[in-house]
Design a protein around this ligand. Structure first.
Ligand code: ATP
Ligand code: MG
Length: 165
């Protein structure tokens, strides 16, 4: 089934709006969202939702969280950026593991199970894509989901038939 990326982003942002307001985090979105992918809308919403929820949870208010969409060739990239606490380099590989949380003591204080990012990874992979992270402690993090998008073939439109001489 074809899923509209604009609907996915809008729903994921809406789901985080109340928390963001309460924690004085501004959600800022940009980019061209007019594209579609093959897959499951609810799964994609939950993946983007998880990334935004993390970005809010691991920010220090007041702050901004960016949700950007970009398209290149046959992939759509959804990037969620925060200016939060970041992740130490030696932990970066592990954040997508189930139940893994950076600094267990600190993580316990903020609640959560450590499942969010493993779900994001599964959803991205189930859609033929992947998720990547860039992060620096004290500076922030960017999580990027890349998924193949539906590319409309111009040649699929009916072509005028030339009469033979
Ligand atoms: P939950 O299951 O409720 O999502 P969680 O947020 O702890 O719990 P994940 O979303 O899987 O679990 O994230 C795993 C760990 O990666 C987090 O505990 C946190 O230490 C780190 N992390 C994830 N996102 C960020 C972020 N945007 N900035 C800093 N650290 C992050
Ligand atoms: Mg989480």
């Amino acid at each position: 089934q074809q899923v509209d990326i604009d609907r996915v982003i809008t729903a994921a942002i809406d789901q985080n709006r109340v928390t963001a307001d309460a924690q004085r985090i501004q959600l800022v979105s940009g980019g061209d969202r007019r594209t579609r992918v093959w897959g499951d809308e609810a799964m994609l919403v939950s993946a983007v939702h998880n990334l935004i929820a993390n970005a809010i949870q691991y920010s220090v208010a007041p702050a901004r969280v960016g949700i950007g969409v970009s398209q290149r060739d046959d992939v759509v990239e959804i990037a969620v950026t925060d200016q939060g606490i970041g992740i130490p380099e030696e932990e970066l590989d592990r954040v997508f593991e189930r139940f893994f949380r950076v600094d267990q003591a600190r993580a316990r204080a903020t609640g959560g199970t450590g499942l969010g990012l493993s779900i994001v990874k599964h959803v991205a992979q189930n859609h033929g894509g992947d998720v990547r992270v860039w992060s620096q402690p004290g500076r922030g993090s960017t999580f990027t989901i890349r998924i193949p998008r539906v590319v409309d073939e111009p040649s699929a439109a009916p072509q005028p038939v030339k009469a033979r001489a």
